[in-house]
Ligand binder design. Structure first.
Ligand SMILES: Nc1ncnc2c1ncn2[C@@H]1O[C@H](COP(=O)(O)OP(=O)(O)O)[C@@H](O)[C@H]1O
Ligand SMILES: [Mg+2]
Length: 357
């Protein structure tokens, strides 16, 4: 067995000095980011991917690529007579998801898989109806009696697949810090939308570990992120003093926010009645882990990590109210993206650099 010596274990002096510099560099980067944000606040692109909604339709209607007019959401009769189901493409706790065909289009048909989760299924349907926007999968129809929901099909599937998709022949050119950072921007933009949604501030509860969180989002063929599974979005009604709990079971682990853990130790058995509620800042706790996964290991992703170091430390504050809001995170991400894009493409015009955001 090898003996431990001070010389070959633990960081060297150089490593200690450079490790100690990380917070200092991060603090400096944070200050410069703050000033850039002041400037960006006045610029229109900060508003987000609304141009993705160029195919938007009136409420209760949809249009798929290639369709000239908007159609109203398909009814039970239309789903039963016009949709043919082919193969199972996904399964979560609540739904089975099938690839299906409708009038020459590939579509996704979700069916309630476990009868006892009917409430979650219908909650998800209500959320899909009310949160139709560029950040959410397109609803094409539903049939409450049959427990089916029809949505746009996205062949790359859930965000869990991002690494394998970007490593595919033909996509490798997109496997860059820029594209990956943009995915993280999409994800925090959805949280910003969710926390200020037309249905009130809501929490993305179906997110107790990284895989679970990623599985609720889809990667589109345009390499954007959209939210898909909205089955657990409880409402925070702050003025009425109503906070939320993500389910009635005890949660464990580092991925969930500290306020989601049972606070009374082992001596008192878990009881949902005694478990204190919390708010949407649980989503902000999870942002660094999701973004870290999305950034992956490509050239430049560590530079992005360094620029986000202080912000992500703030997301991990134990006191929920001290964590940054989704707006703060979106603004900082966009400011860092723009500045790094500027450094990497000094000759591009401003609008070329921010066009993709
Ligand atoms: N529109 C879609 N296009 C492609 N894959 C989908 C689509 N909807 C769902 N899936 C796949 O099915 C999985 C389960 O769907 P989800 O809505 O999260 O079900 P559950 O509510 O049971 O968790 C997703 O993680 C994804 O892999
Ligand atoms: Mg799911």
């Amino acid at each position: 067995m090898l003996g431990r010596t001070a010389g070959n274990h633990g960081p060297s002096m150089m490593q200690r000095v450079s490790l100690g510099l990380v917070p200092l560099v991060a603090a400096l980067l944070t200050v410069t980011t703050f000033f850039r944000m002041q400037l960006l606040d006045h610029l229109s692109w900060l508003k987000g991917p609304e141009d993705r909604s160029s195919d938007s339709c009136p409420p209760g209607h949809f249009r798929l690529g290639g369709m000239k007019d908007c159609l109203s959401w398909l009814s039970c009769e239309m789903i039963q007579s016009e949709v043919t189901v082919t193969e199972l493409i996904g399964q979560g706790a609540v739904k089975q998801v099938f690839l299906a065909h409708w009038r020459g289009n590939k579509v996704a048909l979700s069916r309630l898989a476990v009868a006892e989760f009917g409430d979650d299924f219908f909650h998800g349907l209500e959320m899909l109806k009310g949160l139709q926007s560029p950040y959410v999968v397109k609803l094409l129809g539903y049939c409450e009696e049959d427990h089916t929901i029809l949505t746009e099909y996205h062949p790359f599937g859930s965000l869990i697949n991002v690494n394998s998709v970007l490593e595919q022949e033909g996509h490798r050119g997109f496997n860059t810090w820029k594209l990956r950072f943009r995915l993280a921007v999409d994800y925090v933009m959805f949280l910003l939308y969710l926390h200020n949604s037309p249905l009130g501030p809501r929490v993305m509860c179906d997110s107790n570990d990284l895989r679970k969180s990623l599985s609720q989002y889809l990667l589109t063929t345009e390499l954007r992120v959209i939210a898909n599974d909205l089955d657990a979005l409880p409402l925070v009604n702050r003025s009425a003093g109503v906070l939320v709990k993500c389910g009635a079971r005890q949660l464990q682990g580092d991925f969930v926010a500290p306020e989601q853990l049972w606070p009374f130790g082992d001596s008192l058995p878990f009881s949902d009645d005694l478990m204190p509620p919390y708010d949407e800042k649980t989503d902000m706790w999870k942002v660094p882990d999701v973004t870290d996964f999305l950034l992956g290991q490509v050239e430049g992703s560590d530079v992005v990590r360094l620029h986000l170091f202080q912000l992500h430390q703030d997301c991990k504050r134990t006191k929920a109210q001290q964590r940054p809001s989704a707006l703060m995170v979106v603004q900082t991400y966009k400011a860092v993206y723009t500045s790094l894009a500027q450094e990497s493409e000094p000759f591009a015009t401003y609008s070329e650099r921010v066009r993709d955001l």
